[in-house]
Design a protein around this ligand. Sequence first.
Ligand SMILES: [Zn+2]
Length: 74
Amino acid sequence: MSSWRPEPEPERAAPVTRAPEITTTACRECGAQVAGLNGRYACGVCGWVNPWWEGSNTLPAAEEDPDYPGTAPA
Ligand SMILES: [Zn+2]
């Protein structure tokens, strides 16, 4: 009989998750119904995409990018 016990999972800060908002719109090029996330759409029929600034999410700043050159030691 083993007295081994699994170590408890360390408490992790719950990740801040924003559930993606799925919306649909009509393609402005061909009129097809297009589903998108967070206000961003890409038409699978004609390739139309709406401009990024029409999305409902605030885009992350460059500093939040893990590859941001300003934070890495040279
Ligand atoms: Zn289209």
